[in-house]
Design a protein around this ligand. Structure first.
Ligand code: F0G
Length: 460
């Protein structure tokens, strides 16, 4: 369809509805208090618009639901598995495909085998579960983002790219450690859902060849990344989104996917590779911890839905709506004067809370202020990606802040309509009015790692 209208209408009709309940301000204040001012600890029934994550929160299509009814639940060699395997082989060009229950299970298997105390992994940015799985083996995980890409207001078309100079340096100068793999994360979730160009991926491949190192693609948002390449990178305007994804996948030695994103399912993951010997090691781990090779922690209906989702995600109308609707939220926020990370990424809008709340000191967590105020004002749930999530302490117990104080509004796939997004925008009207009259937070309980999930905070 040609896109001549300004209004971005959803490319679907709603055939089944899930009621969501509006709550009162008093109710939300009480719920937030009980949750220790940490929205991860809220019950979803108390949330009106849930932008916590785009992972596993999407709506499935009528084709996926119909497929699930026809699925084969056999333990071994199920029809649904063979269908999924074929779809994934066709897309990736990789001969060895292992199903896992979600992305981090694939990470644990692969990085468990490749990792170890004398190993180092290099990535544009390791997602937090990726880093955790690598560090758990004793290995080191280094993020190699170009320095200027943290500049939030600059339009750089491929802000998710790997810094090739840093990569070359690290590959050439590992004195005591061996580089286990280079991991290219597309889109780059931890850097604002920003895309990676094909040119960058090809250059990473060349460097991996030169140094004889394995290249892994962490591609849970590979279709969204392909959209950006099609629209922003020269030479790709006439290639389909699927062909672009296929081309990028053909560069890698292995592919890890949390299918809860561009697999368009609520649960599922994939681990694919070209090397047979490595696949045999992975299969051993898969069978011990996930399940047999033809289901790996998934039911037949999960695999059936994933096989269909991996095809639907490349639909032109869907991807246009997906990327444009995320941009709609981000562009409107920018117009209102909310400091957003620019340009807008694929699955989420990121807001710079330190600039939004200049009066809140970093050690009082400005990002958490925004997260809590959005919940109180509109029942909107989102997540802080700043010093609450990544902050550490020095030996005197002083906070070592994260590089940025961001808040992520992640958009579930095919779930909310434009009026839900307009509702979110209206909530920001209130935020902008009250921004000088609010206070920060202090942590009163925190676990030893991945603290954002269960931390409890007190309002100052
Ligand atoms: N890699 C990336 C780039 C991710 O964004 C995620 C999950 C994973 C791996 C792990 O996959 O959750 O299926 O085990 N990201 C989610 C998020 C949780 O909210 O961004 P998983």
């Amino acid at each position: 369809m040609e896109y001549i209208f300004k209004t971005l209408a959803e490319p679907f009709r709603i055939k089944m509805v899930e009621p969501i309940k509006g709550t009162t301000l008093a109710h939300r204040k009480e719920a937030l208090h009980i949750a220790g001012n940490n929205p991860f600890l809220l019950d979803s029934k108390d949330v009106y618009i849930d932008l916590l994550t785009d992972s596993g929160t999407g709506a499935m299509s009528q084709k996926q639901w119909a497929g699930m009814i026809m699925a084969d639940e056999s333990y071994a060699g199920a029809r649904s598995w063979l269908k999924l395997e074929q779809v994934v082989k066709d897309l990736t060009g990789m001969p060895y495909v292992l199903p896992t229950h979600q992305g981090r299970a694939a990470e644990r298997i692969l990085y468990g085998i490749l990792g170890g105390p004398d190993k180092v992994f290099l990535s544009n940015t390791h997602f937090d579960t990726t880093r955790a799985n690598i560090e758990y083996t004793g290995a080191t995980a280094l993020d190699l983002m170009p320095d200027d890409l943290t500049e939030q207001t600059l339009f750089i078309p491929f802000k998710g790219n790997m810094d090739l100079r840093k990569l070359e340096y690290q590959l050439a100068n590992q004195a005591n450690k061996q580089v286990a793999a280079v991991i290219l994360t597309v889109t780059n979730n931890s850097s604002g859902g920003q895309p990676v160009s094909m040119e960058n991926a090809k250059a990473v491949r060349v460097l991996c060849n030169r140094f004889g190192v394995m290249m892994v693609l962490d591609g849970c948002r590979i279709a969204e990344n392909a959209y950006f390449i099609h629209h922003r990178e020269e030479g790709y305007q006439h290639k389909s989104y699927r062909d672009i994804a296929h081309e990028m996948l053909s560069l890698a030695d292995a592919f890890i996917m949390s299918a809860k994103k561009d697999g368009m399912v609520n649960m599922g993951g994939l681990l694919c590779m070209k090397d047979q010997e490595l696949s045999l090691k992975c299969i051993n781990q898969l069978i011990i911890s996930e399940g047999f090779t033809t289901y790996g922690g998934l039911s037949g209906r999960d695999m059936e839905a994933m096989a269909i989702g991996l095809q639907e995600v490349f639909d032109e109308d869907y991807l246009h709506y997906r990327i444009r609707s995320t941009a709609y939220l981000g562009e409107k926020l920018k117009e209102m004067g909310v400091p957003v990370v620019w340009p807008i990424g694929g699955h989420a809008v990121y807001i710079d809370a330190a600039r939004l709340f200049p009066n809140i000191p970093i050690d009082e967590y400005p990002g958490q202020v925004l997260v809590c105020e959005l919940y109180k004002i509109g029942g909107i749930r989102c997540v802080e990606v700043g010093s609450m999530m990544f902050g550490k302490y020095d030996t005197n117990g002083q906070l070592i802040p994260a590089a940025q104080e961001l808040v992520r509004l992640a958009i579930p796939r095919r779930v909310y309509t434009q009026s839900h997004i307009d509702f979110v925008l209206e909530a920001f009207d209130y935020i902008l009015k009250m921004r000088d009259n609010t206070s920060g937070y202090q942590i009163v309980y925190e676990p030893p790692f991945l603290r954002h999930f269960t931390t409890r905070l007190k309002k100052l």
